[in-house]
Write a protein that binds this ligand. Structure first.
Ligand code: GTP
Ligand code: MG
Length: 347
């Protein structure tokens, strides 16, 4: 480097510093949220928060389980600050153990929403469970959106009829919501069709970021309404698939999907709500035996869904649901028809 350019370099430096200061004084974006975010952590300025987020540390849990070395590298923090930050997150999050009976008590709070099909309900242990994510995946026309519409109605039934006296939030990523279909199904279940529609709050998602935002914002709606017992995301993956195309973007897509699912899971557990998500399948070129299709989103979606159901078209217009993996139920199958009023068991 010549003397000239060294001088220039020096002259430039204060400018760079100033820019940094400015960045630090940016207002905290997520202040209104009641739960702590990265931006609220002691000793973390906006610039550091940004660096942490860029490196994938976008919530307290991810920091709590990080090592000091990782944070030093990711955000240029000093070793001591990194350690303090990790400890703060660990203390803030209740990372302790729960006893078996506490978990049992939590499970007793779980409510189950009927599908209207006895076979389907039995296969999933009585209905779609509150407090976790359930995923239906399958090819086009297999009935994923139909099940969504049915649940949006049955959640409104009284408890003794398999509902939860609840209302539903429908995050619609594919313009699949059909009010006429809701009315039809409501009639089938003996619910006033217009009342049924009033209890379903629909939001169109225009892209994956918007969809993520809607999921986060649904919390406000849940607090306002007080009786939301179901969140539908139909489809969970189609925007992500469209917005992140090509191999190079796969990691970004999976990271965002993971974040999206964590937000949904948090809401499911915090408010004891059924989260029902739908997912397409894609052809798997490397299978020679069995079903050559695989759910989009792979492990990220699979690991975050407590209940996974594979829907496919059966004989004579029927549909077959297969329980793929559930923590406490045997795998099974149920066959039914989609009818005007909902689902009807075969035979
Ligand atoms: P994609 O969103 O395209 O991936 O498919 P999906 O799995 O969401 O399919 P969907 O739930 O839309 O299922 C479509 C099927 O449901 C149709 O092929 C029909 O068999 C059935 N269906 C849809 N609407 C009605 C209706 O009003 N009455 C009856 N009897 N069946 C219907
Ligand atoms: Mg659909």
């Amino acid at each position: 480097m010549s003397k000239e350019s060294k001088k220039e370099e020096k002259a430039k430096q204060p400018e760079v510093e100033e820019v940094k200061e400015e960045v630090k004084e940016e207002p905290k974006k997520e202040e209104e949220q009641e739960e702590l975010t990265i931006n609220d952590l002691p000793g973390v300025g906006a610039a550091t928060a940004e660096k942490l987020k860029e490196a994938g540390y976008d919530n307290l849990i991810s920091l709590a389980v990080a090592s000091p070395g990782q944070l030093v590298q990711a955000a240029g923090l000093g070793e001591v600050s990194a350690r303090k930050l990790i400890n703060f997150c660990r203390n803030h999050l209740d990372m302790g153990f729960e006893s078996g009976d506490q978990i049992l008590k939590k499970r007793e709070l779980i409510e189950k929403i009927t599908t209207g099909s006895k076979a389907f309900d039995e296969m999933i242990g009585g209905g779609f469970e509150t407090g976790s994510i359930s995923e239906c995946f399958g090819e086009f026309g297999s009935g994923k959106s139909q099940v969504a519409h049915i649940l949006a109605v049955t959640v409104q039934l009284p408890k003794e009829k398999g509902g939860s006296n609840g209302s539903a939030i429908f995050i619609d990523g594919e313009s699949t919501f059909r009010p006429e279909r809701i009315q039809q199904i409501a009639e089938g279940f003996g619910i006033d069709p217009d009342e049924a529609l009033k209890n379903i709050h629909v939001a169109r998602a225009f892209n994956s970021d918007h969809q993520m935002l809607l999921a986060e914002k649904s919390e406000e709606m849940i607090k306002k309404l007080g009786n939301v017992k179901l969140i539908i995301v139909d489809s969970l993956t189609s925007h992500f698939r469209a917005d992140f195309t090509g191999r190079g973007m796969l990691a970004d897509r999976q990271q965002k999907l993971n974040k999206h699912m964590h937000a949904l899971m948090r809401i499911a557990t915090k408010y004891n709500i059924v989260v029902y998500v739908t997912n397409q399948v894609m052809a798997r070129p490397d299978t020679f035996f069995g079903d050559p299709t695989v759910a989009i989103g792979g492990n990220i979606v699979g690991h975050n869904s407590a209940t996974r159901i594979y829907l496919r078209k059966g004989k004579k217009g029927s549909r077959v649901a297969k329980l793929i993996d559930s923590p406490h139920l045997p795998d099974g199958e149920a066959a039914f028809m989609v009818t005007a009023g909902g689902l009807q068991d075969l035979e």
